[in-house]
Design a protein around this ligand. Structure first.
Ligand code: GUN
Ligand code: ZN
Length: 429
């Protein structure tokens, strides 16, 4: 069926709530009209129903018990780490050596990679995430497996092979040359196929030589529209290590800058401990930050200075960072994001949080012309949220006054049970 008509409450952002008091559009009784996977029209039901034939009216789906929202955008996640989410007791560098590298070494096996890809994509959809920027492992086989699975669901996935040529076990290492060649082949095979896009993915500065970072820069220069995806300034020991490994760099970000890795399609996960000149450079180059609160607290990395980044005008999206992060669920990620800003003395508003998980994420990934809200012509990736999903939610939301209150309660108490339906290009999954 190439047409769907959904009637019910609807909420989306047309701008950034912290900058524009009218950024949120809430409609108590909306009609969302989808044709060929795109938003054909959206507006007040009573005004729009006149345009429908009796047959179309009979096909309108009653969503009055739900809240229609755009699909969530996860700006940083690792699919090979699905099986090691919730690993106990370490901070970043030990966590990588103890849990991460051993698990990722098994993704050369295409059967294994396909099996985990299936679980991973299912988890994204169950949790209402319709777009994600994803780390694979160092093995090209891992990328083929993920894109193949994402393609089956027609999902908008951006992903790439990890590049790492030092400071890790042999089984997860490549070389500057092989990482360049393998990434190039994967770009040719996958970038721009259906809704899939490629991200050049050096893991982080400590596991790449200057030569490999330069190869990443060449890949970006040679291929229009591909992304750069890496980690930045997450942990104190990591930052000290980068200083020792790159003594000539002005700061951590400068390591990437010297390899020409900054730009409007560059996404830097974490970015917790940056100096003013690094923030200015991110803003100048229109680079984005993926903020990953569950991970930052779970691995004990630190508190993200959200307001400072906003003051610098840096684009911010949300990341779950599974398996450093502890949930695939964006509502839970926003709940932890709120608590983290409380510790910073900042009351992050529910509408700004919701923005970060939808339109803000789309802007961070430079695809807000395609997804992020219900503007006519955009791809119809959307969710039905159920305010009555649990006994406690039913009781608590019955006491909500208005959409802002509802949004905050859903974010604070919600999990995958709230995601009643996930739709990708208008199709329910
Ligand atoms: N830094 C380098 N690799 C990783 C990773 O896999 N997860 C996180 N959270 N940080 C990293
Ligand atoms: Zn990460």
């Amino acid at each position: 069926m190439s047409e769907r008509l959904m009637r019910g409450p609807l909420l989306h952002c047309l701008g950034e709530p912290d900058k524009d008091a009218n950024a949120v559009d809430y409609q108590l009784d909306a009609l969302l009209w989808i044709k060929h996977g795109l938003v054909h029209k959206m507006g007040d039901y009573d005004s729009m129903v006149k345009e429908l034939t009796p047959k179309q009216v009979s096909r309108v789906e009653d969503c009055s018990q739900y809240l229609m929202v755009p699909g969530f955008v996860d700006c940083h996640i690792h699919y090979p780490q699905t099986e090691m989410i919730a690993a106990y007791g370490t901070q970043l560098l030990e966590w990588l050596n103890t849990y991460t590298f051993p698990v990722e070494s098994s993704f050369k096996d295409p059967v294994k990679a396909a099996a985990v890809s299936k679980v991973f994509i299912e988890q994204l959809l169950t949790n209402g995430t319709t777009t994600a920027l994803v780390f694979c492992s160092v093995h090209p086989e891992s990328v083929d497996a993920l894109f193949t699975e994402a393609q089956k669901h027609n999902m908008r996935i951006i992903a790439g092979k990890v590049m790492m040529d030092r400071n890790a076990p042999d089984k997860v290492l490549d070389t500057a040359q092989t990482s360049y060649e393998q990434s190039k082949q994967l770009i040719q095979r996958w970038h721009g196929v259906d809704r899939l896009q490629y991200a050049v993915t050096p893991r982080f500065a400590p596991t790449s030589t200057d030569e490999q970072l330069a190869a990443a820069g060449r890949l970006l220069a040679e291929h229009d529209g591909v992304y750069l995806h890496t980690h930045l300034a997450e942990n104190a020991d990591e930052i000290e290590w980068v200083k020792r490994l790159f003594p000539k760099a002005k700061n951590y970000l400068d390591v990437y800058d010297q390899a020409s890795l900054l730009g409007k399609r560059s996404v830097f996960a974490h970015s917790l401990h940056l100096c003013d000149s690094e923030c200015e450079r991110l803003a100048q180059t229109d680079s984005a930050i993926a903020h990953c609160p569950t991970s930052n607290m779970f691995i004990g990395s630190g508190l993200f200075p959200m307001q400072k980044m906003q003051q610098h005008g840096i684009k911010i999206g949300m990341g779950t960072d599974v398996g450093g992060g502890t949930s695939f669920n964006m509502l839970q990620t926003l709940a932890d994001g709120y608590k983290m800003q409380q510790l910073n003395g900042h009351n992050l508003s529910p509408e700004q949080s919701f923005y970060l998980a939808t339109l803000g994420g789309a802007r961070a990934l430079d695809i807000d012309d395609k997804i992020g809200n219900f503007v006519v012509g955009k791809e119809a990736d959307f969710l039905l949220l159920d305010p009555n999903a649990t006994d406690l939610l039913r009781f608590r939301t019955s006491h909500c006054e208005g959409w802002r209150d509802l949004l905050f309660v859903l974010q604070t108490l919600g999990d995958d049970r709230v995601i009643a339906q996930t739709n990708v290009m208008g199709v329910s999954n």
